[in-house]
Design a binder for this molecule. Structure first.
Ligand SMILES: *Cc1c(COP(=O)(O)O)cnc(C)c1O
Length: 386
């Protein structure tokens, strides 16, 4: 089956990992800081903190921003569950803002309206997680001005968007946010097997995240309550976790970073080619906002169900029967049983639900050939005609 996403592991990636295996440090060695420096320089952020997943990065990002009981975190319902769960990990409450039917990102007008209402009720969010769905950046200028107006913090969930740009600057530079998070899961744009990263320009937030990813333990005497007892000494000054990335993972990340820009360029080439090959099909190809250069993690089409005789489900099944591993990103988070138990109902976010009823993620990965892409289009033509 042709997958919807797939990692690219080269001999130089393998050599980089083997070199770590033969070295003195499998973890907490030199590769993690090297990877962090490489990413922070590439995207233009002051600090980069590598962790073991984007989920962990979101968790420590929320904690660093002092999200806790009595606070609200808002995000988009069309995202992976981790974008919302991070708020609940901190004891905060989670709410959603419906999507823009054109970009599938959080709707700025819905956000504005919800903020106005929340201000009157005294229920403004402390943190907004802005998800760059499929790699297309949210309107960060608008989000930033609302953040200033209503005093909330912004985390960019850029799990889909490393290598992408907003207003000609790399996503991750945190110009319009407090913290940006990347994922290095194998289906994402570059991979460390599992892995994530939090980026920030704020020294205090960086120090807090560094502490939280490793048990809340410091070896920096300036942070201690008294002078160290000796060279073995450390102090636990906060309650943290073991969210560290290993040197093996970081070596893979360093090696993959060399190909990041060419990966994203290849994804754009394939996306443009899909756009052309699918024109005339009863579906909507992804709209690209002129302010953004997408990381192009996903290529999502929306079926025009009133123009075809078959259902969304049967199109997905038909493509899979023809070995095209399509998927659907995402099941709106508020419709998950866990969130329904928290009081959300089907119908709460109609644009998100309308999107879910029509969306299909087509195979999109850097090593995909044009012949494979032609197979996807041929299968689609067959299934839609049926
Ligand atoms: C993949 C993903 C995550 C979680 O990433 P992990 O590294 O697997 O923890 C979070 N948010 C979004 C939008 C994602 O796609």
């Amino acid at each position: 089956m042709l997958p919807y996403g797939r990692q690219d592991i080269t001999q130089s990636d393998i050599d980089a990992a083997v070199e770590v295996l033969k070295s003195d440090y499998l973890t907490q060695g030199p590769m993690v800081p090297r990877f962090e420096e490489l990413v922070s320089q590439h995207v233009g952020a002051k600090h980069a903190l590598a962790v073991n997943s984007a989920t962990s990065a979101l968790h420590v990002a929320c904690l660093a921003l002092d999200l806790g009981p009595g606070d609200w975190l808002w995000t988009s319902p069309v995202t992976f569950v981790a974008s919302a769960n991070c708020g609940l990990y901190c004891g905060a409450q989670v709410d959603f803002v419906d999507i823009d039917p054109r970009t599938y990102n959080i709707s700025i007008s819905a956000l504005q309206q919800k903020l106005q209402k929340a201000a009157l009720e005294g229920k403004l969010p402390k943190v907004l997680v802005a998800v760059h769905l499929c790699g297309q950046p949210c309107d960060m200028v608008a989000i930033d001005s609302l953040a200033k107006l209503y005093s909330f913090k912004v985390i960019e969930d850029a799990s889909h968007a490393i290598g992408g740009k907003f207003l000609n600057e790399f996503i991750g530079n945190c110009r319009y946010s407090d913290i940006t998070v990347f994922s290095f899961h194998p289906v994402k744009i570059i991979t460390t097997a599992e892995g994530g990263m939090a980026l920030t320009n704020c020294n205090e937030l960086a120090a807090r995240i560094a502490l939280l990813r490793s048990h809340g333990i410091t070896r920096d005497s300036a942070q201690m309550t008294h002078a160290p007892d000796g060279p073995w000494y450390y102090q636990q000054i906060d309650l943290g976790f073991n969210y560290r990335m290993t040197d093996l993972q970081a070596a893979l990340g360093v090696s993959q970073m060399a190909r990041l820009d060419s990966y994203v360029a290849r994804r754009h080439f394939l996306a443009n080619r899909y756009d052309a090959l699918l024109s005339g099909f009863p579906l909507k190809t992804p709209w690209r906002h002129p302010d953004g250069y997408s990381g192009m993690h996903l290529y999502v089409i929306r079926l025009e169900l009133d123009r075809i005789r078959v259902s969304h489900r049967s199109v997905v099944d038909g493509l899979r029967e023809r070995n095209i591993g399509v998927n659907v990103h995402y099941i709106p988070v508020h419709t998950q049983p866990f969130y329904q138990r928290k009081g959300f109902s089907v119908g709460d976010f109609p644009e998100a639900e309308a999107y879910y009823a029509e969306a299909i993620s087509l195979p999109m990965f850097q090593t995909m050939s044009e012949a494979q892409q032609d197979e996807v289009v041929d299968a689609f033509r067959y299934v839609l005609k049926a």
